[in-house]
Design a protein around this ligand. Structure first.
Ligand code: GLN
Length: 537
């Protein structure tokens, strides 16, 4: 048998978008609170090497890890809910698996063998899972979520790999958890378990007998239905868990704990005498959220606003800041493509603060710049993120410095004022060959600035995902126009944070602070924004 590594495998059946990631992360939170070190891996069956090049409309936000991996947004749930920091080993796609197998084949590493899904692809998957387990060096339990739905062609190699893992790593080290949808028929008040039975059958056909079933349902699954599922699916009664729809995502963890799912898993793994999970901080938080009455309106001006998942970390960050300050944040979704001088007042009149998030490509940038100008001229608290910072500088260059053609070379390579530019020489010594600045970098926070008053720190680390940078040649002109460069990368001198002198709260960062916000630990930039917005009301 292989080394002593413990894995929880989370699969899904019946339909997609069941909230598997939330359930997996919630278990992670509970196990962490029981004193275990938890690592998470998401296996995505698509053939893209990473979601970095996928449209947010396809896949929602791209979440960036500390070490610069562009990953599925579920990793954001894991980091926030477990309160941990993951790595590039946390994101494994079919694209990654296949390309590395084919590369090895080309190098002749398989010594003439015929390369097949089983064992070559499956072995590569297992190797990635071991690498993930070992990534941090202190992992006790690794939670592996298999994207897609059981029965999909794409996810079959992943399921086959995890099936083999029980044989290789041992029964006691592998725990299979299957999540399904249980329809509730309102008219008759009935809970229907048949789709779940079929889904488990499908899983059994692959050779996996689940050790626990998580039944997602509009209502609580009663004892009778649990017993029925347990009988038909060959499980103990306490291994059938009800995952009722809840308005607040953190409640999932409390519900799982209430049904002792953690005890079941730990017993399976042979852990004894671990302290019980203290979740009181979340209980208090949930209670607080439920009682919140006051709301604050924050406009999010972006081009993917129809799909809220495209900005999920930004929205979560705003919510956390609101909770801290006893306010419910109401997001006003403003599509920048349809913002014009004629409708901007009407679209933004209810906004107590404005956020312009990151983005790529020139669609919708004019609307974003109108929103920036509106915030700047009307003293509305403003936070710009990545592209939001770049566009703030372009807007100021055009409107204040009167450089009408000022632009980013991303949008106009021939402009005579390259305010934002691709500056390859600035990357020397950072990351050879890469064209994007990805992951965590240092930022020196300049004293006596808004940024410093928020961070209360001279040196911070924040995550990046962008290609273009502010062109320091223009720094002096901007300073003369009232811009303060309050965050600088100490190694490269690249601009990280800007703010405006004569404005109650106008701040923008080249990095993405939204990736570091956690429930109960709101990020200083978001907290500052919401606080000023509340006080201005
Ligand atoms: N498109 C810009 C760049 O590549 C900003 C990217 C972003 O907002 N994440 O630099």
């Amino acid at each position: 048998m292989k080394k002593d590594m413990k894995f929880i495998f989370v699969t899904g059946g019946v339909v997609s978008s069941l909230g598997k990631g939330i359930s997996a992360a919630s278990i992670g939170r509970i196990l962490k609170r029981r004193g275990l070190n938890v690592f998470s891996i998401k296996l995505d069956p698509y053939l893209n090497v990473d979601p970095g090049t996928m449209s947010p409309y396809q896949h929602g936000e791209v979440f960036v890890t500390k070490d610069g991996a562009e990953t599925d947004l579920d990793l954001g749930h894991y980091e926030r809910i477990i309160n941990t920091s993951l790595t590039k080993e946390s994101s494994v796609t079919s694209g990654k698996i296949y390309s590395s197998v084919i590369e090895k084949e080309r190098k002749g590493e398989y010594l003439g063998a015929t390369i097949q899904i089983i064992p070559h692809i499956t072995n590569e998957i297992i190797k990635r899972l071991e690498d993930g387990f070992n990534a941090k060096g202190d992992t006790d339990v690794c939670i592996v979520e298999i994207g897609g739905t059981v029965g999909d062609i794409e996810s079959q190699p992943f399921l086959e790999a995890i099936r083999q893992m029980r044989r290789d790593f041992g029964y006691k080290n592998t725990f299979y958890m299957h999540t399904t949808l249980v329809p509730y028929l309102k008219t008759t008040g009935e809970i229907k378990t048949k789709p779940t039975q079929h889904s488990v059958k499908e899983l059994l056909g692959i050779g996996i007998q689940p050790d626990a079933l998580l039944l997602r349902c509009e209502v609580d699954i009663n004892k009778e239905a649990k017993d029925k599922v347990a009988l038909f699916c060959n499980l103990a009664h306490n291994a059938v868990i009800s995952v009722k729809d809840v308005p607040i995502v953190y409640e999932v963890a409390l519900n799982l704990k209430k049904q002792h799912l953690d005890d079941l898993i730990l017993k399976h793994f042979g852990y004894e005498n671990l302290p019980s999970a203290d979740m009181s901080d979340w209980e208090i938080l949930i209670d607080k959220i439920k009682k919140l009455k006051d709301t604050i309106n924050i406009a999010l001006v972006g081009k993917y606003v129809q799909l809220h998942d495209a900005y999920i970390s930004v929205v979560e960050s705003l919510k956390y800041a609101g909770y801290e300050l006893n306010k419910k944040v109401n997001i006003l979704w403003v599509n920048s493509e349809y913002l014009s001088e004629d409708n901007i007042e009407e679209k933004l009149e209810d906004a107590q603060a404005i956020v312009v998030p990151g983005g790529f490509g020139n669609r919708g940038i004019d609307g974003k710049m109108l929103a920036i100008k509106f915030a700047r001229e009307n003293n509305i608290p403003f936070l710009g993120l990545c592209l939001g910072m770049q566009l703030s500088l372009i807007e100021i260059a055009r409107d204040v410095l009167k450089w009408n053609d000022a632009n980013s070379t991303e949008f106009d390579p021939s402009t005579s004022h390259k305010i934002i530019d691709y500056l390859p020489d600035q990357y020397e010594g950072i990351r050879l060959g890469g064209t994007m600045r990805l992951g965590e970098y240092d930022c020196k926070v300049v004293e006596n600035t808004l940024a410093h008053s928020l961070y209360k720190n001279d040196l911070i680390k924040e995550r990046h995902r962008h290609r273009y940078e502010f062109n320091n040649e223009y720094k002096k002109n901007f300073e003369d126009a009232g811009v303060v460069f309050s965050g600088i990368n100490p190694q490269t001198n690249l601009c990280e944070i800007i703010e405006l002198k004569n404005h109650p709260f106008f701040i923008a960062s080249q990095f993405h602070p939204e990736f570091l916000s956690r429930p109960l630990q709101p990020h200083p930039l978001f907290l500052g924004l919401v606080e000023v917005a509340i006080n201005k009301k």
